[in-house]
Design a protein around this ligand. Structure first.
Ligand code: ASP
Length: 412
């Protein structure tokens, strides 16, 4: 019954996606003839899409806080948490570096050409370089309630981990609090189900608006960049994640991709790894059989710092900009880009369009004109959909691998 329900929701989501695409393109053709499309239909669809996004986003803070606290309390042992943390970070860093390399490879392989018009009026936002010590300091909250109000995920994760561990140390009283957090987490999972039952409509609305705003014509000059990013993401997913799953989980790539179908669709339409987190948690637990302890630590952390898709996109876009401006990038500069892009992707928030802001920093550090962003900002929605998919997929593969390395028995 449960599986049947899940399959039908997945089909509904796919139907919402396909119908939204067709409807959006139809609207783009009639947009100029029928003013009601611009005045009523598009704003209405936009509203529905935004409500769906808000509902998903609304879940994140209570879900992450309660599930990490309950998870940390159930692991109960700082040594084990530390071990899981180190493994997770190692996986995240290596996969991100590979992603930038794949991005640079596709950027080199596709010759984008230098014949694209540059909008010289474009003013990139000046980027302040934040000192590394401040970056580290900012991970630690001053006031955990302020962190929650501002949805500062890293601060929430740090507070929840310590709070969960303190619950164990506090004995009987602490157990009660940990149990209460577990109950809140359970309620939040049910809450997620309510929101996800609305997904087909939200997906339909979001995709129709995007498809209408991006007729085929806008895409044409950028078809090479779009192909490079999409191909890079597919190759990264198929090569890197399949290998991780085969080696560390002893499972087939089919098992992996089949288990995260909903995550992929949700990431694609919401363009937010943080917004997709409730679905990612659900898929990894129910389809892979990963424990709450591991998943509630690895996934929220991944949604915040692990951005393989963003890193790959940055590799492609740096080369695109260099070629558009006729600048040759030396091997040394490309190595520098790998490092900067990997670090920048860690600092990218899991929200729509965040990657394009980080790109400014990478272009600057590679000595490239930030005006390149003007070219790419127009099609960012399309690139963001692909990179967000990869961002969330990377978290799920690493989560399964870490769980398996901790001796958890994954589902077949
Ligand atoms: N939208 C991406 C995410 O949420 C971040 C980005 O813009 O690269 O994962």
């Amino acid at each position: 019954m449960q599986t049947h329900k899940k399959i039908s929701l997945l089909w509904k989501n796919l139907a919402g996606f396909a119908l939204g695409l067709i409807f959006g393109f139809m609207l783009s053709f009639g947009e100029n003839e029928w003013p009601c499309i611009k005045n009523y239909i598009l704003p209405f669809l936009d509203l529905i899409g935004k409500i769906f996004l808000r509902l998903l986003t609304m879940l994140i803070v209570p879900l992450v806080f309660s599930s990490i606290t309950a998870g940390a309390a159930s692991v109960g042992d700082m040594k084990k948490l530390g071990r899981i943390g180190i493994k997770t970070l190692a996986f995240y860093l290596v996969t991100t570096a590979v992603a930038v390399i794949i991005g640079l490879f596709f950027g080199n392989a596709f010759s984008f050409g230098a014949n694209i018009n540059i909008d010289s009026n474009f003013q990139a936002l000046p980027q302040k370089m934040i000192p590394l010590s401040d970056v580290v300091l900012n991970i630690f909250p001053v006031n955990p309630f302020a962190s929650m109000v501002n949805a500062n995920m890293l601060q929430i994760i740090i507070f929840a981990l310590l709070f969960g561990t303190a619950c164990v140390m506090a004995g009987e009283q602490g157990k009660k609090i940990a149990y209460a957090c577990e109950c809140v987490a359970q309620v939040m999972y049910s809450f997620t189900k309510i929101v996800m039952s609305l997904a087909p409509y939200g997906i339909f609305a979001l995709i129709s608006v995007t498809a209408c705003n991006f007729g085929f014509l806008i895409i044409a000059p950028f078809i090479k960049v779009i192909s490079a990013v999409y191909l890079g993401c597919i190759i990264h997913a198929v090569l890197v994640y399949s290998v991780i799953v085969m080696i560390f989980c002893k499972r087939s790539p089919f098992w992996y991709f089949n288990g995260i179908k909903e995550t992929i669709i949700t990431a694609f339409v919401t363009r937010s790894s943080s917004g997709t987190l409730p679905v990612t948690l659900d898929n990894v637990r129910n389809n892979f059989g990963v424990s709450e302890g591991v998943s509630s630590f690895v996934l929220p952390l991944g949604a915040t710092i692990n951005m393989d898709g963003t890193a790959l996109y940055q590799g492609v876009c740096v080369l695109f900009t260099a070629q558009a401006f006729g600048i040759d990038l030396t091997f040394g500069t490309q190595l520098n880009i790998i490092l900067t892009a990997a670090l920048a992707s860690i600092g990218t928030a899991g929200i729509p369009g965040a990657g394009v802001i980080m790109l400014t920093m990478i272009l600057q550090s590679a000595g490239l004109p930030v005006e390149g962003i003007a070219l790419l900002a127009g099609i960012d929605v399309i690139l963001d959909a692909a990179r967000t998919c990869l961002n969330t997929m990377g978290d799920t593969a690493v989560c399964a691998a870490v769980a398996s390395s901790e001796g958890e028995k994954l589902s077949q």
